[in-house]
Design a protein around this ligand. Structure first.
Ligand code: ARG
Length: 438
């Protein structure tokens, strides 16, 4: 069933029909398509292009289609080219000939553009909400675990931090992810409805009316741009990619930390799986899947960038490819955010192990050097002295704070009793992270 055919002598091949059809995926746009059509006919009535009576019956028909789809009475499937044809042909079935007036002063090009913008805008809010839920889980996890742990550079133990401070780094990343998405929504917040096929229409329509009705800030400035731009999808996919990169790094940390080599955290049974051959194993599959699924989100971005890069203005059918990429990435992002929320809400931190790792890692060496600097030594010299002490400790299997004052004095006479308090891990934390965070 098609909305065109007058100029064709032969019918379309079944092969081509299947290849061309987008209903299998753009059915997700049914609500936006109906909302867009409602705004459009209200405008046509206001501008005197359709009569009030005609519009009343079209609106009723559209509402009944929406209701039946939502209740499951009407299945969005069948032999239709796309969601736009599905709605229009169903409307003709329901209300008869007057339904054919719905498409006055409109093209499927501006129709799909407005549907998809509405959908991306709406789902962006859904992603933002899921980010906020995950941020709350991160904050709670940090509050529950204000415990000492090693911080790393080059994956080598570097300085003392707290688990709370460590995990809150991801909170900050997610705040930026959220702002990036909200910013993209602000940029894309213009209505393409009324651009028609590519050059506007000879009817005296009111694009400001439909823009307002659909909740857009304003109509687009340029008709060709309005129907052929997909940069808002690309921007959202870029933002999703960055978000996935963050989730993937966090996943990698969880995978490392839950290994016996680190043993810093325990991922709850609810978010772990076992091995079919090795009975002792508990695998961090949830985190691994998030890390793995990052690939498909990057892939969507690359696929759509490539689709868009060579197509002339205005609409080209290539653009139909935008939807599956977006839907796939959106579903991936939403499920990954949910799963990460589950992992973190049930995560246990092994504070004895994080503390022992600090102790074994000479994580107060920098502060010990700072101690000598405070006593008048140049930092480079202090660096060398502490380096020698670390070597000495390694041979004796001790930490700096385990050495007697006499032993320390062999390396520098500037050491006195107050060194122990100065290099105490809690005190170094208080002087460093806590003080400078305020
Ligand atoms: N399914 C199409 C898409 O997603 C709808 C627009 C069709 N426009 C056209 N001129 N054939 O892009």
């Amino acid at each position: 069933m098609k909305l065109w055919g007058g100029r064709f002598k032969k019918s379309e091949s079944k092969l081509m029909e299947d290849f061309n059809s987008s209903l299998g995926f753009d059915r997700r746009l049914y609500k936006e398509d109906i909302e867009g059509s409602m705004a459009h006919v209200k405008m046509l009535s206001k501008c005197g292009i359709l009569t009030q009576e005609e519009v009343r019956s079209i609106l009723e028909g559209l509402k009944s289609i929406l209701k039946d789809i939502e209740s499951g009475k009407l299945k969005v499937e069948g032999d239709y080219e796309d969601i736009h044809s599905f709605v229009e042909i169903n409307l003709i079935d329901r209300i008869g000939q007057v339904a054919k007036k719905l498409h006055t002063a409109r093209s499927r090009n501006d129709q799909v553009a407005v549907d998809f913008r509405l959908y991306v805008k709406k789902e962006a809010q859904e992603v933002v909400q899921s980010i906020e839920i995950l941020q709350t889980a991160i904050k709670d996890l940090g509050e529950r675990n204000n415990v000492i742990m090693p911080g790393y550079t080059h994956l080598q133990r570097a300085q003392v931090v707290t688990f709370k401070h460590y995990i809150m780094a991801y909170y900050s990343m997610l705040s930026r992810d959220k702002n990036r998405i909200l910013n993209a929504v602000e940029i894309m917040d213009e209505s393409p409805l009324g651009c028609c096929a590519l050059a506007g229409t000879t009817y005296d329509i009111d694009r400001y009316f439909t823009a307002k009705e659909l909740g857009f800030r304003k109509p687009v400035d340029n008709f060709l741009d309005g129907v052929s731009d997909r940069d808002y999808v690309l921007e959202m996919l870029s933002d999703f990619s960055i978000l996935m990169m963050h989730l993937s790094r966090l996943s990698e940390e969880l995978i490392l930390w839950s290994s016996k080599e680190f043993d810093f955290v325990q991922i709850d049974d609810e978010f772990s799986t076992g091995s079919s051959i090795m009975p002792q194993k508990k695998n961090p599959d949830a985190a691994e899947l998030i890390r793995g699924k990052t690939g498909r989100v990057y892939g969507s971005l690359m696929a759509l960038l490539t689709t868009m890069k060579g197509i002339p203005l205005a609409y080209n059918k290539d653009m139909q490819e935008d939807k599956e990429q977006f839907f796939n990435s959106l579903d991936t992002i939403l499920s990954c955010l949910k799963i990460m929320n589950g992992i973190l809400s049930t995560l246990k931190v092994n504070k004895d192990n994080t503390f022992n790792a600090v102790k074994k890692g000479f994580l107060n060496a920098t502060e010990a050097a700072d101690y000598l600097v405070n006593k008048g030594m140049a930092f480079r010299d202090a660096h060398k002295v502490i380096g020698e002490i670390v070597l000495y400790c390694e041979n004796k299997n001790k930490s700096i704070e385990d050495l007697q004052l006499e032993e320390l004095k062999n390396f520098s006479t500037l050491f006195s009793e107050d060194v122990y308090e100065f290099i105490d891990y809690r005190n170094t934390l208080n002087r460093g992270i806590k003080k400078n965070l305020k």
